[in-house]
Unconditional design. Structure first.
Length: 136
């Protein structure tokens, strides 16, 4: 289902999302024309494509770290390609977590705050960015 032509950008994001540095503190830049903040871990190169959405990804088991919003979510501005990749990665994570938990007869949850992590919508939220940028 890979329709996007910007594969390298998507691959970088996939790499990025599986690294610990997903939960690394990042400055939240409020700009009129936000750009994708997905980063490659080894080089720190930012994707930089025009962002289409703000994603809130729950920092599962790490949500008491610095640099997160009050809900313990990592807030990232993402371009279309990175958004698709991050969503896919989180979906895979959630499926895996749910499968592991069901084998043990438990419900998956964030060990830090207890938020259920068995469904994508409970750990991943997206707000589209309009033409005027972010509404505050
Ligand atoms: Zn991107
Ligand atoms: Zn949590």
């Amino acid at each position: 289902m890979a329709r996007s032509s910007s594969t390298s950008c998507a691959q970088r994001a996939a790499y990025w999302v599986f690294q610990d540095s997903l939960f690394k503190q990042k400055p939240w830049r409020r700009t009129l024309r936000p750009i994708c903040s997905a980063q490659q871990v080894s080089t720190d190169i930012t994707c930089g494509a025009p962002a289409v959405a703000v994603a809130e990804v729950h920092a599962i088991d790490e949500c008491n770290q610095m640099g997160l919003n009050p809900d313990g979510d990592l807030v990232e501005t993402l371009c279309q390609a990175c958004l698709v990749t991050v969503q896919w990665a989180m979906d895979m994570y959630v499926r895996h977590t749910r499968e592991m938990a069901s084998r043990c007869g438990t419900r998956p949850a964030c060990t830090t705050c207890g938020r259920p992590t068995g469904y994508l919508r409970s750990v991943f939220a997206v707000r589209p960015i309009g033409p005027e940028g972010l509404a505050s």
